[in-house]
Ligand binder design. Structure first.
Ligand SMILES: Nc1ncnc2c1ncn2[C@@H]1O[C@H](COP(=O)(O)OP(=O)(O)OP(=O)(O)O)[C@@H](O)[C@H]1O
Ligand SMILES: [Mg+2]
Length: 354
């Protein structure tokens, strides 16, 4: 089994506010967290889910391995930005091997970037006979700009690790926060999983682990901080502290108002993506809505989402079912990292299934 002798693969999440690494062994009910750590990133190193300044990212990765003492250097990196797209398309049925052989040629019409400059992957979701009697298949395409993917690989490599895979952050999040997405539990209907970060919000809808919809929004908790900074004319650090205070019920009405206004906009952006999925002919109503990510702690956000979707919103607890004794994390540390750990955990869990 993967996980012994330093052969485990590390989930590496390069987010806007921090770089995070996780090692998970075992699967299903017996998953165990071996290590978890994070190192903050300076503002501007990662923006809109892309690496703007590779130097500090590489340094943070090197620092992370020093601090957390992770034996393995093999990493899977999560990606979430505007230069990766996920599309569901219906095509005449083909054997997987044939389809793969002519992939670029067949999918060029569906991908909003030149296929020669993209990394393309796919998953065959289903096959069926159409109304006109044609054997069809439904395919989930993932296309990522090659230069963007390479910028992640080279920044991580310069930090001393060895990238062995790339995964969509949205898939990783669903895997770590939802037993239904992992196939460990059944759900009637679709489930929406929303990771609200600092600058990126990942929205993923799945039906018992089959991805149905992915949308990546360039918005998150930092937008609430910026709105406070502008409204109250204060530096970002102070606005961040004010935001956290508001979460504890402390703050002036003016601050509360500025925050609520931005939170309403955030809720609206997320709602309209979820509504878009629901407007599609083959969509299924949501049986649940799970949120994670530091941005999901923005005061009023999950309550707003609950009201606007008219659905109970649950905060995910990806470490709840995991044995954490090997990780050395205290209960207090677990509570602190749990909201921001989903991507790294899910990347590690996906890698350990390979
Ligand atoms: N207790 C809290 N209350 C309100 N907001 C919080 C809290 N803790 C963290 N945040 C906010 O969460 C955001 C960071 O979330 P997270 O760590 O998930 O993002 P990230 O992974 O670094 O970035 P991204 O995924 O967007 O690239 C910041 O905007 C921060 O202000
Ligand atoms: Mg994140």
């Amino acid at each position: 089994m993967i996980g012994f002798g330093g052969t485990s693969i590390v989930g590496l999440d390069i987010g806007t506010s921090a770089v995070r690494a996780a090692v998970v062994t075992g699967a299903r009910g017996s998953a165990a967290l071996q290590s978890f750590g994070q190192v903050p990133l300076p503002v501007g190193a990662v923006m809109d889910g892309e690496i703007q300044d590779p130097g500090p990212v590489s340094e943070a990765v090197a620092e992370l391995w020093k601090r957390v003492k992770i034996k393995s250097k093999k990493v899977v990196i999560g990606i979430a930005n505007q230069r990766v797209v996920v599309r569901q398309v219906d095509l005449p049925f083909q054997e997987e091997k044939e389809f793969r052989a002519a992939l670029r040629f067949q999918v060029s019409d569906f991908i909003p970037m030149p296929v020669e400059t993209a990394e393309i992957d796919f998953q065959i979701l289903d096959d069926y006979v159409s109304e006109t009697g044609e054997h069809m298949m439904r395919v989930l395409l993932v296309a990522a700009a090659t230069d963007m993917v390479e910028s992640f690989i080279s920044a991580a490599s310069a930090g001393g690790v060895e990238p062995v895979g790339i995964d969509l952050a949205a898939f990783a999040v669903a895997r770590s926060v939802s037993a239904a997405a992992r196939g460990d539990a059944g759900l009637a209907g679709a489930e929406a999983v929303v990771d609200i970060g600092a600058g990126v919000t990942n929205i993923m809808v799945h039906d018992n682990g089959e991805p149905r919809f992915v949308r990546i929004l360039l918005t998150g908790g930092d937008d609430a901080t910026r709105a406070l900074a502008e409204a109250l004319d204060m530096p970002l650090e102070e606005a961040e502290a004010t935001k956290l205070d508001l979460g504890r019920g402390v703050g002036a009405p003016q601050a509360q108002q500025a925050l609520s206004a931005r939170v309403d906009e955030l809720v609206e952006e997320i709602r309209s993506s979820l509504e878009y999925y629901l407007s599609q002919p083959e969509s299924q109503p949501f049986s649940s809505l799970l949120v994670t990510g530091g941005g999901s702690l923005t005061p009023g956000l999950s309550e707003g989402l609950e009201r606007s979707m008219n659905l109970p919103v649950r905060r995910s607890a990806p470490l709840a079912d995991m044995n954490i004794s090997k990780s050395g994390l205290t209960e207090e540390q677990v509570a602190q990292v749990e909201p921001v750990a989903a991507v790294a955990l899910g990347l590690a869990m996906g890698a350990s299934q390979r």
